[in-house]
Write a protein that binds this ligand. Structure first.
Ligand code: GUN
Ligand code: ZN
Length: 461
């Protein structure tokens, strides 16, 4: 077995295993993916050089090194299109639906991020959890405190992660200790954009929490930032929970619906990502498609908070860009594998709650791996850099062991096709299956193994 150094490899390195990546949406193209059972991914200077059958590429490219991941699946790193890093330590909090959950658990937890040392500690754990789970890019909420974003970006930079994040804008309907103002949120967001957006692989997202916690003046300030900085992101929540939708109607009586509140302030365009969209109307899906905005489908959160069942099939019909989001801490896992597994169950449940079950199709395994990789990259408008092994893309990739647990090994004996294996992996799998995570060609090592490494140096045999 080849050595596994942390440093980026000099020269051309071939990673050998079963290589899978997507070229298009499997729901729309019959040739949406490329798969090489005995394949290699060639990486040079942190970028993808080529992908193809091992025998062919090893001969044609004569790599300087071969790293053998035989029997493993090599995929582009997962992309989490909606997650809250400050909620890492409150994951799995009992019993409430969205609005009460925010008051009971979330706001007090986020209040702690006034302290930069606390923010730094949580950011470290969060980034390690992303990487442990094979997630190499995420679109992330901070808290209202600018220092929360500094802590996260600093941590992401130390791992050279491609990460998109922003400071929450929130000037009403939350505890005083978490409120900013329209003016202060504008100024602080602007300063953070100037400090971080485009620094290395980091990108900024203007982040109003959701319509109920922003005054019209603050949403207007968010729109102004997007006009002044057209290539930043917009990240918020929409139509997650019925009580929330009713509240928005009472707060913005002139708007024609929840999404229209954001549309009126110019917040919907490409690089706008709306989390959830569980209760969107048909015309709202059409509006999203027309504006180029995307939805983050967050199944573990929607089930855990009892929010409802996102209609992926409807989003597909309207050709709305969709990515997968863990939505930790409303969501219950950092694992995109687990998230795919729950997404499948949501599409199954739609059959039970419709008058036309024959018109309902379950989420296929190919489509769910697409959503976790290229689909997420498209939702973020980053498909020319990440999400697939297109030559020239940034070499963020993961190595999955489909046989990581005794049960999985046993079950895999019966999985005959690629689709079978992918499906079992998403149904039973999680971070235990993530054998390696590479960020721009550099292998990440878990803090536990970093610790072991240090101890080994202190106590040589
Ligand atoms: N809506 C407004 N804030 C939040 C949040 O923190 N999590 C979720 N799931 N929904 C929200
Ligand atoms: Zn969320």
């Amino acid at each position: 077995m080849a050595a596994q150094p942390r440093a980026a490899q000099a020269g051309t390195v071939a990673y050998r295993g079963s290589v899978l990546h997507f070229l298009d949406d499997p729901a729309r193209s019959a040739r949406a993916y490329e798969y090489h059972e005995d394949g290699v991914l060639l990486v040079r200077d942190g970028k993808v050089l080529a992908v193809g059958p091992a025998a062919e590429l090893l001969r044609s490219h004569r790599p300087d090194r071969v790293v053998d991941h035989g029997g493993r699946l090599i995929l582009p790193g997962f992309i989490d299109t909606h997650v809250h890093y400050p909620q890492t330590q409150m994951i799995g909090s009992f019993g409430e639906e969205l609005l009460k959950w925010l008051d009971t658990y979330t706001f007090p937890t986020e209040g702690q991020f006034k302290d930069p040392a606390h923010a730094a500690r949580v950011a470290r754990t969060f980034v390690d959890e992303l990487l442990r789970n094979g997630t190499t890019t995420a679109l992330v909420f901070g808290t209202v405190h600018p220092q929360s974003v500094d802590a996260l970006f600093s941590q992401a930079r130390s791992h050279n992660l491609r990460l998109v994040a922003g400071k929450v804008m929130m000037d009403r309907n939350a505890p005083d200790y978490l409120l900013d103002t329209a003016e202060s949120s504008y100024a602080e967001s602007k300063a953070l954009i100037q400090k971080w957006h485009g620094q290395g692989r980091l990108l900024y997202a203007v982040t109003p929490r959701f319509a109920p916690t922003s005054t019209p003046a603050q949403l207007q300030a968010a729109g102004r930032l997007l006009q002044e900085y057209p290539d930043v992101y917009m990240h918020t929540h929409v139509s997650e929970n019925r009580g929330e939708v009713a509240w928005v109607k009472s707060l913005f009586p002139d708007a024609s619906g929840y999404l229209d509140v954001y549309n009126r302030f110019g917040l919907s365009r490409k690089r706008s990502v709306y989390a959830h969209g569980v209760h969107l109307q048909d015309q709202e899906f059409a509006s999203l498609a027309a504006s180029g905005a995307a939805i983050a489908f967050c199944p573990t959160s929607n089930l855990f908070l009892g929010s409802g069942l996102f209609d992926l099939q409807k989003a597909e019909q309207h050709q709305v860009a969709v990515g997968l989001g863990t939505d930790v801490g409303g969501g219950t896992s950092f694992s995109l594998l687990r998230t795919m597994g729950e997404a499948y169950k949501v599409t199954q449940l739609h059959k039970a709650f419709t008058d036309t079950p024959e018109a309902r199709r379950p989420l296929t395994p190919l489509k769910s791996y697409y959503l976790a990789t290229l689909g997420g990259a498209r939702a973020l408008g980053l498909e020319d850099r990440i999400g697939s092994f297109r030559a020239g893309n940034e070499a963020d990739f993961i190595v999955l062991d489909p046989n990581a647990t005794p049960l999985m090994r046993f079950r895999m004996e019966r999985a005959k096709t690629l689709e079978d294996r992918l499906f079992v992996l998403q149904t039973l799998g999680d971070d235990r299956n993530v054998e390696a995570t590479y960020v721009m060609g550099r292998r990440w090592s878990a803090p536990e193994s970093r610790q072991q490494h240090r101890q080994a140096q202190v106590h040589p045999h």
